[in-house]
Design a protein around this ligand. Structure first.
Ligand SMILES: [Zn+2]
Ligand SMILES: [Zn+2]
Length: 397
């Protein structure tokens, strides 16, 4: 019985910290160290729940989703040999994706982590694997974008299809639309992409409307659930719980990939959503149950956005990790962790592992926001789900 706890693998190495654009960039890998140390302090890394270091992806693996010219450009940029005009064509050297020495190698290691997670799960060496450094969902075929150089998620999904013949359900719970993954599998029914995100009316990358549904063989196999600014836990989880199990039932995946971006938290500096840790833990717990119901438990979890590195990402990802492994999280943030980091944190560190939503200011116009989201959920339920059902039959799936 999975409720008793599943074997889980945490993919991480301190080498992940080489993926650092510059000192001022919001994408700060220190959050990974903070997370691993918090897991350790909480007693959440033990015999059945272990840390596994990744290997780097090969260039051929990168080329399963990225253009050779793009990979060559990243390598040249990484070595300091790409001129600015050439870089801009590939989304490199921008404010979002500045060039830094060794960026090719650093990004390639994150991809290798997601490949390892896929292999561990598909070969039964772990029930679930969580690559906290992965989840770089914006990178495209020939384009770096939104802090993402290579798309580790897409490379892993490609591996799941090509080596294991799997039908993949990809669920993206990051505050930003999972545009890169959606685009790379827009023409195929082998990956169903489902993205919950703050509406593109107000947030990068601007895409992810409900009428983006896929194309050709992939028509009906992209589902988007744009959320209103200031969406809170109750409204977010209402949609997640109403739609995701129904989607899994229709699609009958062999494996689920869950992106656990935690930038929808109300403390996140880059978005306008108002979730607490409840949303990230609740989503992971629900998807974990679905993996056991539909896929013999096969679940690959990834990180993603999360720019309050002190108060949000470590706790959110600790709760995700514990939900996958069936482990009990202590109520308080361990004093040893707080003492170790208090002096470096610019904000007071939280005392509790789980947020109490009452500690956050009430969301303005909450009923109107929940009502607007409910209309979006009804659109997805009444249009996207019947379309998926019809397309499954047409595709003979
Ligand atoms: Zn499990
Ligand atoms: Zn994000």
């Amino acid at each position: 019985m999975w409720g008793m706890g599943c074997t889980t693998a945490l993919i991480y190495t301190p080498e992940y910290h080489r993926y650092r654009f510059n000192e001022d960039h919001p994408f700060n890998p220190l959050r990974l160290q903070l997370t691993v140390e918090l897991l350790d302090a909480c007693g959440l890394l033990d015999g059945a729940h272990t840390l596994v270091p990744p290997r780097a992806a090969t260039e051929a693996e990168l080329a399963s989703v990225h253009s050779p010219r793009f990979i060559a450009a990243v390598k040249a940029a990484s070595a300091g040999e790409l001129d600015p005009a050439g870089a801009a064509r590939f989304g490199l050297g921008t404010e979002d994706v500045p060039i830094f020495p060794g960026m090719h190698e650093a990004a390639t290691l994150l991809v290798g982590g997601s490949l390892l997670a896929a292999e561990l799960v598909m070969e039964g060496r772990a029930a679930h694997a969580f690559n906290i450094g992965g989840g770089l969902h914006h990178a495209g075929f020939g384009l770096a974008s939104g802090f993402c150089v290579y798309n580790d998620i897409a490379v892993a999904c490609r591996r799941l299809i090509d080596r294991y013949g799997a039908r993949v359900l990809y669920i993206d719970n990051d505050a930003h639309h999972g545009d890169g993954v959606q685009d790379l599998f827009y023409d195929t029914d082998r990956v169903l992409t489902v993205s919950f995100h703050e509406t593109g009316r107000y947030l990068f990358p601007g895409t992810g409307a409900t009428d983006e549904r896929g194309r050709g063989d992939g028509y009906g196999f992209a589902i988007n659930v744009p959320l209103e600014p200031f969406t809170d836990d109750a409204s977010w989880l209402e949609g997640f719980e109403a739609l995701v199990p129904a989607i899994a039932r229709l699609y009958r995946p062999d494996v689920i990939v869950l992106q656990n971006g935690c930038d929808g938290h109300c403390l996140d500096p880059l978005t306008h959503l108002c979730a607490t840790t409840r949303t990230f833990e609740g989503a992971a717990a629900l998807v974990h149950d679905l993996a056991h119901e539909h896929c013999d438990g096969r679940l690959i979890a990834l990180g993603g956005g999360g720019y309050d590195i002190w108060r949000v990402a470590p706790r959110a990802w600790a709760l995700v990790w514990a939900a996958l492994g069936g482990q009990t999280v202590p109520p308080g943030v361990p004093a040893a962790w707080r003492d170790r980091w208090a002096a470096r944190s610019p904000v007071p560190l939280p005392a509790a592992m789980r947020d109490d939503p009452a500690d956050y200011p009430p969301v303005p116009r909450q009923p109107e926001i929940a009502a607007a989201n409910a209309r979006t959920y009804a659109t997805v339920r009444d249009i996207s789900l019947p379309l998926l059902e019809r397309r499954m039959i047409e595709r003979g799936s």
